[in-house]
Design a protein around this ligand. Structure first.
Ligand code: SAM
Length: 347
């Protein structure tokens, strides 16, 4: 990632990574302030205008430093300097961090700011005890703990959509759906994967299954997208209820939440819901078999220590071993977007 490639040892990479949380927190704070949404609407603003609109009570110097760091990091454009500067969005922040655009991915960044930034602060405790460091710290199931609060529930659902949308779009376009007609997405959250597949594959009908707290949100989203004839949201507990039968069963970032026995139990339930030739597909940050190239996947696995304690991300070799144990006849890996792949097992 940032290791020194030259032959001479240098502290530069170490110090850059060590202070990396400064840059991260500056970006997350800007997202939390909806700064990029404001700039998308106003096109450009001065530091003074931003200070007033965002209701900041620090010094002008602090505001310049905040905005100029965002400029230096490539998230803002700037014409002029200090009092004369006009700030505007970069192409990336304008497309992906304007709350009013369908391409918005800030839900995940807001969850990183409002939940995970603090929880990762006790990674040491997580590693020393093996216990989650979040709302579930005192023994509750993560989903029971966060779904009690409507704000946390909504934030979590938005975050899931933000992190997976690119991978789901790639999946809907790259996977060969020609042999299949129906899809069950287990743990489908807002129904995003089902909606993206239905949009790109007009012959497919999809069912998104999730806990009752999430179903109402999914139903609203599916209705808003005008896809109710081909996408249904149903309530179900994937450890206790049989999955709706389908030609394809997908799970996006589901297996990584659970320990190995629970992973196997979910894969067995998927197997039972499929016909011969049916496909079980896990869309996750599948770690490379050598466990060092997909650093994001490795960090996501540590994020599962923080979030669930016993969950972990896995390699394609792990997936293949489990798939064989369950009875699937073959497996393959389809790279999707960035660190995310589809691990596919055929019945
Ligand atoms: C990490 S999120 C992944 C959401 C979505 N599949 C994605 O890829 O973004 C895990 C999902 O599993 C759901 N879930 C957790 N326990 C469940 C259970 N016992 N039965 C059904 N869904 C469950 C959660 O509500 C949540 O939507």
């Amino acid at each position: 990632m940032t290791t020194n490639q030259s032959t001479e040892p240098s502290p530069a990479g170490i110090l850059q990574m060590g202070t990396g949380f400064w840059a991260s927190k500056i970006l997350l704070t800007a997202v939390d302030f909806d700064l990029f949404t404001l700039l998308a609407e106003k096109k450009q603003l001065t530091a003074g205008e931003l200070k007033q609109t965002l209701n900041l009570h620090c010094s002008d110097r602090n505001v310049f430093d905040f905005l100029d760091t965002l400029t230096g990091l490539g998230f803002l454009n700037r014409a002029g300097i200090l009092e004369t500067a006009a700030y505007s969005n970069s192409p990336d922040t304008d497309m992906f961090l304007d709350l009013k655009k369908p391409t918005y991915v800030g839900g995940m960044l807001k969850m990183l700011n409002n939940r995970l930034y603090g929880f990762w602060g006790t990674l040491e405790d997580g590693l020393k005890t093996g216990k989650p460091q979040n709302e579930a710290k005192h023994g509750e199931n993560l989903f029971d703990a966060i779904y009690k609060s409507p704000e946390l529930l909504e934030g979590f659902v938005n975050a899931m959509s933000g992190i997976q949308v690119g991978a789901f779009m790639a999946f809907a376009q790259k996977f060969d759906f020609s042999k299949y007609k129906t899809l069950t997405d287990a743990g489908g959250s807002s129904g995003l994967l089902s909606m993206v597949v239905a949009n790109h594959q007009p012959h497919m009908s999809c069912v998104s299954v999730d806990l009752p707290a999430v179903t109402a949100i999914a139903e609203k989203t599916i209705t808003k997208a005008g896809l109710t004839s081909r996408v249904k949201a149903v309530s179900g507990d994937f450890f206790n209820d049989a999955f709706p039968t389908a030609d394809i069963v997908t799970m996006g970032n589901i297996l990584h939440d659970w320990d190995e026995q629970q992973k196997l139990s979910l894969m067995k339930r998927a197997y039972a819901a499929l016909p011969e030739g049916g496909a079980f597909i896990a869309i996750e940050n599948v770690i490379d078999d050598d466990r060092k190239a997909n650093v994001f996947g490795l960090m996501m696995s540590l994020n599962m220590l923080i979030e669930t304690g016993t969950g972990f991300d896995y390699t394609f070799a792990d997936f293949t071993r489990w798939a064989k144990q369950v009875g699937f006849s073959s497996t393959s890996l389809l790279p999707l977007a960035g660190p995310t792949s589809a691990a596919i097992a055929i019945k």
